[in-house]
Write a protein that binds this ligand. Structure first.
Ligand SMILES: NC(=O)c1ccc[n+]([C@@H]2O[C@H](COP(=O)([O-])OP(=O)(O)OC[C@H]3O[C@@H](n4cnc5c(N)ncnc54)[C@H](O)[C@@H]3O)[C@@H](O)[C@H]2O)c1
Length: 439
């Protein structure tokens, strides 16, 4: 394919502030990891922006630079961290309580992590039933709360000398909600903020404040947030990238690795039963059926989109897909996820596959937070606004243009991401046709 015109990309000069509403297990593992990498104490394992390469040109050209050398990304040394949380613990205290990283890794970073302190949050217990905030913003209505977040963003940027900011939601999973009339247009949403509409959640208030401030927003939880017409309208109006939702880490990552393989070989699937035990604060929040419902909906979508039962009714038309999460404190952040997959092959003969993934949730999520922050910042410097579908790679439930089905296959997602980067730099897109090697 012929090269495309090179996109003009503003340089990644100055500091990039990464703001996380929610400074629990995921956010503090991310912050501690970036600082450990900066000090040469760890490697950025799991991060495409830091360790990934990208092939350019023909297979015989031998050009495979690191992604971070191919596109101008913010440097880790230029990142500063900020956020909000329901609890006033600094990042060292929060990371110690989360129990993801050991003392051996946290103690050398104590001075730095103790300096990262959460701002006062916007909270509404209707949206996270299992947690009670020890401090939260007070305001005359939701518009006032949004203004206070906008002020926080402004102050953070000034105090830390940031050139640019991005916001990545790392807060708890809110209860399941469908879009309401208040989400239909930006005007309706702004009226709803003034009138304290109960359908406007805290995450939507942060997202609104970010987009109003020209700050890209990535939604790490399955919350209904920037996937509403009102906030999509605001993102477009202000030229800000958005994306979501729900970091693709453990079980769904495995599904989107395996399912494309079964489909490629036309193996049928009769059932896919997934269950998890999880003992961290996230697990506690998901123990509430309404928050679990948000997660369940986000997790269920992947297989249906990969298998396309309408195109392959004999193979996937009657598949039973079940997802369970059980809160089990002894395991802390070390989730155990089991999958039982009932597949069938030639002449319908049944087979079974069992997976037992003893994973570490926040260890899998931290590099995703980093990559999303860096790529969202890149997108903004390229003038790309609205939904960033090329970042579907990172999401359990990728946001797409209305009416467009999401792409869940991890390998297609990666190809799309890399082709987007090639496109931005005016390099040939890779089609894998390869006919030229045989001319
Ligand atoms: N770890 C993973 O693999 C993974 C994968 C996908 C999605 N997620 C999602 O990422 C989010 C964070 O996960 P975690 O393990 O760090 O959870 P956590 O419970 O350790 O941290 C979440 C933090 O958010 C805070 N919070 C809740 N509502 C808030 C608000 N309105 N404003 C500011 N802070 C708020 C809580 O006080 C808590 O400290 C969860 O929604 C989780 O479902 C995690």
């Amino acid at each position: 394919m012929s090269p495309t015109a090179k996109t003009e990309i503003k340089p990644a000069s100055g500091k990039l502030g990464i703001l996380t509403p929610g400074m629990g297990a995921v956010a503090t593992t991310f912050i501690a990891g970036v600082e450990a990498i900066r000090r040469g104490l760890a490697k950025p394992i799991g991060s495409l922006t830091q360790m990934g390469t990208i092939r350019l040109g023909k297979r015989t050209d031998g050009r495979s630079p690191l992604i971070r050398e191919f596109v101008p990304l913010a440097k880790l040394d230029d990142i500063v961290f900020g956020g909000w949380d329901l609890f006033p613990d600094d990042a060292y205290q929060a990371a110690s309580k989360a129990g993801v990283l050991s003392k051996e890794h946290l103690t050398p970073l104590k001075d730095f992590l103790s300096s990262v302190k959460p701002m006062t949050p916007v909270f509404d217990q209707e949206y996270v039933k299992k947690l009670t905030a020890t401090h939260q913003k007070k305001g005359k209505n939701k518009a006032d709360l949004a203004d206070q977040v906008i002020e926080d963003i402004k102050r953070f940027k000034k105090d830390n000398g940031c050139d640019r900011l991005v916001m990545v939601w790392c807060g708890s999973t809110e209860v399941y909600r469908s879009p309401a009339p208040v989400h239909a247009t930006l005007a309706a949403f702004e009226k709803g903020l003034q009138e304290n509409d109960p359908e406007i959640s805290p995450s939507q208030i942060y997202a609104y404040a970010a987009l109003k401030s020209g700050v890209p927003y990535a939604n790490g939880a399955p919350n209904l947030t920037v996937d509403t017409p009102a906030l999509m309208e605001l993102a477009k109006k202000n030229g800000v990238p958005i994306g979501g939702k729900d970091f693709k880490t453990g079980q769904t990552l495995m599904k989107t690795i395996l399912a494309p393989g079964f489909k490629a070989r036309l193996l049928g699937v009769e059932g896919w039963y997934s269950t998890n035990i999880l003992g961290n604060r996230d697990g506690e929040v998901l123990d509430d059926p309404e928050s679990f419902k948000s997660k369940e909906v986000s997790k269920l979508g992947s297989l249906e989109h990969i298998f396309q039962p309408h195109l392959y009714p004999d193979l996937y038309g009657k598949m039973h897909h079940v997802v369970r999460i059980n809160y089990y404190p002894p395991r802390g952040d070390n989730k155990e996820g089991w999958d039982n997959i009932d597949i069938f092959g030639w002449m319908g003969y049944p087979m079974q596959i069992k997976i037992d993934f003893l994973c570490r949730d926040s260890i899998l999520a931290a590099p995703i937070v980093l990559d999303l922050a860096l790529f969202m910042d890149l997108a903004q410097r390229c003038g790309m606004s609205g939904i960033q579908e090329w970042l579907s790679f990172y999401w359990k439930s990728p946001q797409t243009a209305p009416g467009l089905y999401p792409e869940h296959d991890l390998f297609i997602q990666l190809m799309k991401l890399k082709n987007t980067l090639r496109h931005l730099r005016g390099e040939e897109l890779i089609t894998h046709l390869g006919a030229e090697y045989y001319d």
